[in-house]
Design a protein. Structure first.
Length: 118
């Protein structure tokens, strides 16, 4: 399974940005897709995730500002980010849990840098 993330870049405080992550390869289903982020000197943290059943969960720090959604037909997950703050600056990674002939496993995308400037 390969993940291709896109959409990062530089945005001003209060601005919006949408990240995309497309999964490709050989698998039967995607059970969960999520976005994580890692700022310099900090641990990687969950930002938001969505499951195949449609449930979602968010980090408290982004609730009400970020929205995760998935397009099952395109095997793509999106993260719409609004009201961005400098503390949202980080490398954002997508992660998927897939079911394939080899069982369940997770894969990470290459990361995309989001910089929120004041």
């Amino acid at each position: 399974v390969q993940l291709q993330a896109s959409g990062g870049g530089l945005v001003q405080v209060g601005g919006s940005m949408r990240l995309s992550c497309a999964a490709s390869g050989s698998f039967f289903s995607i059970n969960r897709m999520g976005w994580y982020r890692q700022a310099p000197g900090k641990q990687r943290e969950l930002v938001a995730a969505t499951t195949s059943s449609g449930s979602t969960n968010y980090a408290d720090s982004v609730k009400g500002r970020f929205t995760i959604s998935g397009d099952n037909a395109k095997n793509t997950v999106y993260l719409q980010m609004t009201s961005l703050k400098p503390e949202d600056s980080a490398v954002y990674y997508c992660n998927v849990l897939v079911y394939s002939s080899g069982g369940y496993f997770t894969t990470w995308g290459q990361g995309t840098l989001v910089t929120v400037s004041s």
